[in-house]
Design a protein around this ligand. Structure first.
Ligand SMILES: [Zn+2]
Ligand SMILES: [Zn+2]
Ligand SMILES: [Zn+2]
Length: 251
């Protein structure tokens, strides 16, 4: 399995619109430091799966026929906004696996076009080709699933957006010996948000689960600023994600 984080920003993105702090000014000078909205690419045996669809240029990045499926964590705009024009394309349908959210986002269900929404059930594992997927409930303001991906004895958990973990999800993952955890870390330590982890929340989760390697994502402005000065304070097996980072978990 090979995971590429394409968008590691929160709903505001980095640089922050209207902000002229030192960090945002630097990012405007060096656009490779930008943080786009939530999206990641999972590649398994030549198949390509998108996890979330927050990027607005999906059509350019993934020509027709190049995506084998999309896994949506939830229907907040920063995770689905790239689907609003993609749906009007022509050709083969794209399976879009998602939580059982009765409203979705705007008219995505009603006018789904080439998107074939498949509503999942929590903890109901299923296979797509040789990839095993388990949807895991999270704690957020909208119905939301994290995903456990298993292939060839490798295990990746992709958990965003969430504040802590529900007990059942925590217990399920404790037995899994994860090779890689990608986790919502929107805020620096000390900032409390009912819908998103701060750094201490994420470090507690990675310790409780005994994860080999952890990568932070959904990074908001203040955490980005903190990381730009303090990245060496993270534990050795915890990395700040960035747009374009390629992660190949080692067993
Ligand atoms: Zn989000
Ligand atoms: Zn700023
Ligand atoms: Zn959200």
């Amino acid at each position: 399995m090979r995971l590429t984080l394409l968008g590691t920003g929160n709903s505001a993105g980095m640089p922050l619109y209207g902000c002229d702090c030192e960090r945002c000014t630097t990012i405007r000078q060096f656009p490779e430091k930008k943080r786009e909205h939530a999206a990641a690419l999972l590649e398994v045996e030549g198949k390509k799966y998108l996890i979330d669809a927050g990027l607005m240029d999906l059509a350019e990045r993934f020509p027709a026929g190049s995506l084998d499926g999309i896994f949506l964590t939830h229907f907040h705009p920063d995770h689905v906004q790239g689907l609003f024009h993609l749906r009007w394309g022509i050709g083969a349908k794209i399976p879009v696996f998602c939580p059982p959210d009765s409203t979705g986002c705007a008219d995505l269900y009603k006018n789904s076009g080439i998107l074939d929404f498949k509503l999942l059930k929590k903890f109901n594992s299923f296979d797509v080709h040789n990839l095993k997927i388990t949807p895991l409930p999270l704690i957020h303001s909208k119905v939301n699933f994290g995903y456990l991906f298993e292939f060839n004895h490798q295990r990746i958990a992709y958990l965003t957006d969430t504040k802590g973990l529900p007990e059942k999800t925590q217990i399920y993952l404790e037995g899994m010996k994860l090779d890689l955890l990608v986790i919502d870390t929107s805020h620096p330590a000390g900032i409390e948000d009912l819908n998103h982890n701060n750094l201490n929340d994420s470090l507690l989760i990675q310790r409780n689960l005994g994860v080999k390697r952890t990568v932070l994502t959904h990074i908001g402005h203040d955490l980005d600023v903190w990381l730009s000065n303090n990245v060496n304070l993270l534990p050795e097996n915890v990395n700040a994600g960035y747009d374009g980072i390629v992660i190949i978990p080692h067993m």
